[in-house]
Design a binder for this molecule. Structure first.
Ligand code: SOE
Length: 380
């Protein structure tokens, strides 16, 4: 694995946990962790459970005892590492968004296609797909329970940047992150909407806004937010704070999307709502074990009912706790590892593939192009 911050910790937990709760067709060995700072990477490897360390990710690519490289670093490094790993015949799991530009994502996808023929597979880490209640939403749509889908409403609301003195981290630096709320959390809802609906976004009209244009450099970085101190030097925020857009899908559905880190009081409200000709469903990650479902077949007594997605018949849940005991944020990452391991063992393409993630990247680019041109309608 390359990187050991927030995502590195989530992925390490998943690699450790997956074989303890699921019967996997292959063994997982957490062989090496890479990071530039020798002391910090050694401490992280110790804490997160990795057997050795490297201070240059290129060593992971060279090592014969490594079969898969997991990329948990900022987006500006994804393309170089993923391409080198795939060309060396390693499987790749790469954090989202796939890249910082369509051009990079296209190159990564082309290399992934070529690597597949050599037996190496690539997957992008849109982890929310593996939240049981969202997987259940996808299952209900696939079973035709919603009928024809007309509306897709998706929001990703956080508030960790509302503090104007939250420090200027890499997520606010376009050269590292590619974009702001749009790529960081908007990418999740674009992927979720397209995946659940089984339909791609074909065009958008968008607004991007940056509310706080300068932030303290350095300071105490705690989790995502932290506090930079009001009196120190400041630097420019070069990404969007909020992204809002309308969209059309290729199944004729219409969509509304909103991604922001300024929705005070909303901590991790990743929400998706679909209205079909027969039924509707709604999900909010702040109540992540539940899926709300409205079935018009229930007649005059129909109303949104809350399905607790914790039954053994529901996706992934049978391997965990008794009904109603609930799962957390980290479980989706564990399920991601389980699905990836199963796909590798079966010689199948895991999803989302790099091609799926490239489609998300194209939507991100269309949103930026539209916003830069007075919200002009922009084809994906
Ligand atoms: C920060 O906004 C963030 O950590 C995202 O980068 C993750 O992808 C999301 O799961 C939670 O929020």
């Amino acid at each position: 694995m390359v990187g050991y911050a927030f995502m590195g910790a989530a992925h390490s937990h998943a690699w450790r946990t997956a074989p303890r709760f699921f019967d996997l067709p292959l063994a997982i060995e957490m062989t090496a962790l890479a990071g530039r700072d020798a002391e910090r990477v050694a401490a992280a490897a110790d804490k997160l459970g990795w057997n050795s360390v490297e201070t240059d990710w290129r060593r992971l690519v060279e090592r014969d005892d490594i079969d898969l490289i997991d990329i948990c670093v900022p987006g500006n490094l994804h393309a170089e590492i993923a391409i080198a790993a795939l060309e060396a015949g390693k499987h790749v799991l790469c954090e989202k968004p796939l890249a910082n530009s369509v051009e990079e994502a296209e190159r990564m996808t082309a290399v992934a296609e070529a690597a597949k023929a050599q037996g190496a597979v690539a997957m992008c880490g849109f982890s929310y797909r593996r939240t049981p209640a969202l997987s259940l939403a996808k299952r209900l749509v696939d079973e035709g329970r919603l009928g024809e889908i007309r509306h897709i409403r998706a929001q990703y609301l956080q508030d960790w940047l509302t503090d104007e003195n939250a420090p200027l981290t890499w997520r606010l630096d376009k050269s590292k992150s590619g974009s702001g709320s749009l790529g960081d959390i908007g990418a999740h809802i674009i992927d979720a909407a397209q995946w659940i609906a089984g339909s791609n976004v074909t065009g958008v009209s968008a607004i991007l806004e940056t509310f706080v244009k300068e932030r303290p450099v350095g300071g105490d970085f705690v989790g995502l937010g932290g506090h930079g101190g009001a009196d120190g030097p400041k630097g420019p925020v070069t990404v969007d704070d909020a992204a809002v857009f309308t969209a059309r899908f290729d199944n004729r559905a219409v969509g509304v999307f909103e991604a922001t880190r300024f929705a005070l009081g909303r901590k991790n409200a990743m929400r998706v709502e679909l209205n079909g000709s027969k039924a509707s469903l709604a999900f909010d990650f702040e109540d992540m074990n539940s899926l709300w479902f409205y079935d018009s077949a229930d007649g005059p007594n129909s109303g949104f009912r809350k399905i607790q997605a914790t039954e053994p018949e529901h996706p992934y849940t049978g391997n965990w706790w008794p009904v109603g005991h609930g799962l957390g944020y980290e479980h989706a990452f564990t399920h991601q590892v389980v699905d990836l391991a199963n796909a590798i063992a079966a010689g199948e393409q895991p999803t989302p593939s790099f091609a799926d993630a490239l489609q998300v990247q194209r939507v991100l680019a269309a949103v930026e192009a539209s916003a830069a041109d007075d919200s002009r309608w922009t084809a994906v």
